[in-house]
Design a binder for this molecule. Structure first.
Ligand SMILES: [Zn+2]
Length: 230
């Protein structure tokens, strides 16, 4: 069984990688550059993490995706939404935030590209993704239903057996941090921010979710280390 991890360099994909490695090997880590604001940070983070776990790493540029994307995640003239720590469970707020950073068919595209690599490895393969239960509520392409749908799709579109697995999909962000602490992932390498500053901005939705999850795990020291002082 071959393993290909979709590695953004963020918390979820890093913990998914580490959880998968507890039982199986991973042959390749893929990171996509679609002109997202944090592309350089994500590439550096994923390179360091792949190196830390001794996994071959490739960065794939997708310039057409940048052309087709007008959301604030890519477009610097649009403002990124700030979501307060106390607003993370308000569906109206997070739906609005999700729509501002939406990238057309991103996860579907990433999985389909990974399936090309998986099929070419000549044996059944798993594509490992770092979805989480919290964000599946507002990003339908992070959900278990989407994984099932992709797996059905791959039974038609690939000849070797290619499957998507997400060891983190049933976990909240706090539970993912807990697993990350247990597995001693290199937290100092991760980049989970929509922005591309020196430290994590601490204000975007992705930062707020990570910050809340770290606080839930009494990891205040990591908050101080990774984020700007608020
Ligand atoms: Zn941020």
């Amino acid at each position: 069984m071959a393993g290909i991890v979709l590695l953004s360099g963020g918390l979820d994909s890093t913990v998914a990688l580490a959880l998968y490695l507890e039982r199986y090997a991973i042959n390749l880590a893929l990171t996509f550059d679609y002109g997202q604001r944090a592309n350089e940070k994500e590439i550096i983070a994923s390179q360091k993490i792949a190196e830390y776990y001794d996994i071959p790493h490739r960065v794939l540029p997708l310039p057409f995706l940048q052309e087709q994307t007008h959301s604030a995640l890519v477009n610097l003239s649009e403002n990124l939404p700030n979501v307060g720590l106390d607003e993370l469970d308000l569906q109206g707020v997070t739906r609005e935030s999700a729509s501002v950073v939406w990238v057309p068919n991103r996860n579907g595209l990433f999985m389909n590209i990974a399936a090309v690599f998986g099929e070419n490895m000549g044996e059944p393969s798993n594509i490992i993704t770092g979805f989480n239960r919290e964000e599946a509520a507002t990003f339908p392409d992070n959900s278990l239903e989407f994984i099932d749908a992709m797996n059905r799709c791959f039974t038609y579109s690939t000849q070797k057996k290619v499957s998507v697995v997400s060891p983190t999909s049933n976990l909240t962000k706090a539970e993912i941090v807990n697993e990350g602490l247990r597995l001693k992932i290199p937290f100092e390498y991760i980049w989970s921010c929509y922005e591309s500053k020196e430290k994590l901005c601490g204000l975007c939705e992705s930062c707020q979710r990570l910050k809340r999850a770290l606080f839930c795990n009494n990891a205040q020291e990591l908050v101080g280390q990774l984020f700007y002082d608020q």
